[in-house]
Design a protein around this ligand. Structure first.
Ligand code: MN
Length: 304
């Protein structure tokens, strides 16, 4: 199933004909959360029940063409956004050969086995319709297209051989990155620098995440094109590594790293990112308004 969030926090099933079926009523299966909220995404934690209800609702639900909805991040409240650095050999090669990318920081040119994974602020997360707002216009800011994995159930010290059992689904991720000397967690965490979309594809539709073509164009020009088979650590190995350090919760996201071809973006650019088996999302890049971009709403709730 392809589940999207759209407009004012509505829930949709994307059908094969490019229509969104509004199944927001399926959110009624979710338990009521009271403060303090749990450290996981409430929808993903209850995904089987949501999917079952959405399936019964979809056929009779109002259909809206995809190009008439505003797509939000398919995951609303990830407890953490984990990201893999330099997980494609040719990207590591380009980082090593370009001072604009490695910024003479030795931490930027070591292997993923040496570097491990890092965290991006969850406040950096937006959906495709919200777009990327350039935070530091005077500095180089790059696109990175990545396969994004969404964890489905609590995972601690999981072996790679069992790791895919803990995956709820997949989506496309953009890991927008300011180049420079600072730690990755800072350079990659401005508001809007993590884009997830266009929807969540449940794991049953992608039995092997290790063979997917992925690409990105900027203003129609192809910039990155590869396949997840070239990842140094595959999805199972990334889950094994991450879960050996901390517990993974439903809704946690793992950005699996980007292939070669990273390049600068600027206001006015139009990004189109595609991952095989998931779909395509369009994301606009814009300048901050007067240097004081209004913060996006802390959350969107469904209007009755
Ligand atoms: Mn990345």
């Amino acid at each position: 199933m392809r589940l999207c969030r759209f407009d004012e926090g509505r829930l949709g099933v994307v059908d094969g004909g490019g229509q969104v079926r509004d199944v927001s009523a399926a959110l009624e299966v979710l338990p009521t959360f009271r403060y303090p909220c749990p450290p996981y995404d409430g929808l993903v934690a209850n995904l089987p029940a949501v999917v079952a209800r959405a399936r019964t609702l979809a056929d009779r639900a109002a259909a809206v063409p995809l190009d008439r909805v505003r797509l939000l991040s398919p995951i609303a409240n990830p407890g953490k956004i984990i990201a893999a650095p330099v997980n494609y050999q040719k990207h590591l090669d380009e980082v090593k050969s370009d001072v604009q990318i490695h910024s003479n920081n030795p931490a930027h040119t070591i292997t993923i086995q040496q570097a491990g994974v890092f965290l991006k602020a969850s406040s950096s997360l937006v959906g495709p319709a919200e777009g990327v707002v350039i935070c530091k216009p005077e500095r180089r800011t790059d696109h990175e297209v990545e396969l994004a994995v969404v964890i489905g159930r609590q995972a601690s010290r999981v072996a790679a051989a069992e790791a895919l059992d803990y995956v709820a689904g997949y989506t496309i991720g953009l890991d927008i990155s300011i180049r420079g000397s600072e730690d990755r967690s800072l350079r990659k965490s401005p508001d809007s620098y993590t884009v997830l979309g266009p929807w969540l594809v449940t794991a049953d539709e992608i039995p092997n995440p290790g063979t997917l073509d992925l690409q990105i164009t900027v203003n129609g020009e192809l910039r990155q094109k590869s396949n997840t088979r070239y990842m140094i650590l595959g999805v199972p190995e990334l889950i094994e590594m991450a879960s050996s350090f901390y517990t993974l919760h439903p809704g946690d996201v793992i950005l699996t790293g980007t292939p070669e071809g990273v390049s600068p973006i600027e206001p006015g650019d139009r990004i189109v990112a595609t991952v095989e088996g998931i779909g395509t999302m369009e994301v606009a890049v814009r300048a901050a308004e007067g240097g004081s971009e209004k913060a996006r709403p802390a959350f969107e709730s469904v209007k009755a």
